[in-house]
Design a protein around this ligand. Structure first.
Ligand code: K7E
Ligand code: CUA
Length: 650
């Protein structure tokens, strides 16, 4: 009876929402009566797609379901994350090392899923750290960050991290040009002294390990976004540029002078060949390569000392500039690889370049001058068409599987659907408000799954209950299965999701890891059986080899610890069931709790400062006797002779 009345109430509420939507229809044309059904994923049922949203200034990546908009997980990448202990545990601290030291934060913009033959393969997802230039690789089996490589000679790693169609490279371009190598020079000597680097980071096909293959040293423009060629244009990479004026101050004015900036077309296959034949110059550089080993559950940092740079003028035929109006932001390539779309932020029209025409113009050597020795192709020679949309502030474009493109307009707050080849606008729908990127699952591959488009909006304003001056950003889902787009759902997102990547659930869900097998645990401090638990003193350092199982720690009483000691709790979770983590937290420790997954070992450090008997406990409500899952450490004065001992039960 109770259940029945609850159901009628929710249904009533849903109907009310729908009818509100219908009333609004005259003003926003957005909602139809079937919208609720389209996003409703009943309790116990599962979503059709995973959506990975960049976390922007949260430094992380969030995982959502589509169409429900339910958030499943926040994956820590560049930021310390107390929820799991990432960046706090001894094992994961090295993930955040850089040449600037330990940097526990970044600004993450563009996730991209690995591909095979231009289609999503669901092995890894990559994302860029914009501020202290880094690229991360996350396993799509464990949903954990496995590797972070710093990018030297870069500053504002923004035209990143986009991958080629067989995941040969993850590509990272610098937004800010800087002196390379860095040196002490007057800022007003920017012009011709500053350079922009475009980094091609190879990805080992078996393990995904990243290594900087080469850095292309480009003129001192800003390299804003990029996308790989695919299909016929596989082997090329395209980068939008702005500030071709090379201004170094008051850029909002000084970088907006030129009528056209460029899309840089880079033939990376040609440069790869040049490099493989011994081309390029090794230069000193300092950058961190952080790698997490799944068998030891431990990350290590290697500081790298040099990088291979390539001067584009040394590889004739490798780099061309395609004139593109006006301070273009997004740079997107359609599923066929034929069209390269440049969205001029200050232009109302979209510029579409043709790959075939570009190749013909290159072969005909029809140039329109050069910039720093790099040939500029004639605008008319490479232009496929223009979308006269009448929108304002075009930013980003994605594609469906039926030859349509969808472009966001930041200023006029809308998504515009248009046809590739005819350039005609088919539909436009408002977004609420100021949309940045948009995402169609697979929309950046040869095989989009064109059922939904998600708009990632910057401004939320009146969409949700207010939460003080700060509100989370908002995403909106449109059903794009018909001719016209239909807004079906709003949901809040975390941090600032710039770009996102979506993939059908059936590709990822079956291979999602359930547990770490205890018999595969190679952590040097793991205890594979509770009988191996022990406490070992080594000078001031004390190592506690601890195990956990519902609902106790072994050992749970420790004596003989002294003020001034550095105590390492190495905790192995002996559970071998899916979704049974145990946590660990010690009073007064200058770090976060840890969450230890089944079969995993993690280490927490504690430096006791006060004499007493101090408790620790499990932070995750793991069983009916979770509240009993606790223990004590006796801390004696620095000079005491209390004997080191440990126990569980008497
Ligand atoms: Cu347009 Cu960083 Cu891709 Cu934000 S960027 S929106
Ligand atoms: Cu283990 Cu709570």
């Amino acid at each position: 009876m109770k259940i029945y009345s609850y159901l009628t109430m929710t249904m009533g509420a849903a109907l009310m929402l729908v009818s509100c939507g219908q009333q609004n229809q005259s003003s926003n044309g957005a909602l139809s009566s079937s919208a609720a059904e389209k996003v409703y994923v009943a309790p116990g049922e599962q979503d059709e797609f995973y959506a990975f949203m960049s976390g922007g200034y949260s430094g992380n990546l969030t995982v959502y379901g589509l169409p429900s908009g339910r958030m499943f997980k926040e994956i820590p990448v560049f930021s310390q994350f107390p929820t799991s202990g990432y960046g706090y545990s001894e094992e994961t601290k090295p993930m955040l090392n850089t040449s600037h030291g330990f940097v526990p934060w970044d600004d993450a913009h563009h996730p991209d899923i690995s591909q095979t033959n231009g289609e999503l393969d669901g092995r890894w997802i990559f994302i860029n750290g914009n501020n202290t230039p880094r690229i991360a690789r996350i396993s799509l089996s464990t949903f954990e960050t496995e590797e972070i490589i710093e990018v030297p000679n870069s500053a504002g790693n923004h035209s990143s991290s986009f991958i080629t169609e067989n995941t040969e490279y993850v590509v990272a371009g610098t937004r800010f040009s800087v002196p390379i190598p860095q040196r002490d020079i007057p800022i007003n000597e920017y012009k011709s002294n500053f350079k922009g680097s475009l980094s091609f980071i190879s990805v080992d096909p078996e393990h995904g390990h990243m290594d900087i293959k080469f850095q292309l040293m480009m003129p001192g423009f800003n390299y804003d976004l990029s996308h790989p060629g695919r299909g016929k244009s596989h082997g090329w990479f395209f980068f939008t540029t702005y500030n071709t004026e090379e201004a170094h101050t008051l850029q909002e004015v000084n970088s907006s002078q030129n009528d056209k900036d460029f899309i840089a077309a880079v033939n990376w296959k040609k440069i790869e060949e040049y490099v493989n034949n011994g081309g390029g110059t090794k230069v000193p550089a300092e950058y961190a390569h952080n790698l997490y080993d799944e068998s030891t559950h431990t990350a290590t940092t290697t500081m790298k000392k040099e990088v291979l740079t390539v001067d584009p003028l040394k590889v004739p035929g490798a780099v061309y500039f395609l004139p593109t109006p006006k301070s273009p932001h997004g740079c997107d390539v359609d599923p066929s690889g034929q069209y390269i779309i440049g969205n001029g932020k200050l232009s109302a029209d979209l510029t579409v370049h043709s790959f075939d025409k570009m190749i013909a113009a290159i072969e005909g050597e029809k140039f329109d001058g050069e910039a720093y020795g790099i040939p500029i192709l004639k605008f008319e020679d490479v232009l496929a068409g223009q979308v006269k949309s009448g929108g304002l502030g075009p930013l980003h474009t994605e594609f469906d599987d039926e030859g349509n493109a969808y472009t966001t307009f930041f200023i006029s707050s809308e998504v515009v659907k248009w046809k590739l080849g005819t350039w005609e606008v088919i539909d436009r729908k408002p977004t609420y408000y100021s949309v940045g990127h948009l995402m169609i699952p697979g929309g950046n591959s040869r095989k989009p799954f064109g059922k939904y488009v998600v708009a990632l909006n910057k401004i939320t304003k009146d969409r949700y209950l207010p939460t003080g001056p700060e509100m989370e950003h908002s995403a909106q889902i449109y059903d794009i299965s018909g001719e016209k787009m239909e807004l079906i759902y709003d949901f809040p997102t975390h941090g600032e999701p710039h770009y996102a990547a979506g993939i059908p659930a059936e590709i990822l869900a079956p291979k999602s890891k359930k547990i770490y097998r205890l018999d595969e645990n190679k952590h040097p401090y793991a205890v594979l059986s509770p009988t191996e638990s022990k406490v070992v003193r080594d000078g001031n350092e004390v190592h506690v080899y601890m195990s956990t199982i519902r609902s106790h720690f072994t050992p749970d009483n420790i004596e003989g610890i002294k003020v001034g000691d550095k105590v390492y709790f190495h905790i192995t979770n002996h559970e071998q069931d899916f979704d049974v983590p145990h946590g660990f937290a010690m009073i007064g420790q200058n770090t976060s709790e840890l969450l230890i997954m089944p079969g995993q070992t993690k280490t927490s450090v504690w430096e006791p400062k006060k004499v007493g008997v101090w408790p620790f406990y499990c932070t995750d409500f793991c069983s009916a006797l979770h509240q009993e899952m606790q223990g004590y450490v006796r801390v004696s004065p620095a000079n005491s002779n209390v004997e080191l001992k440990w126990s569980l039960g008497e």
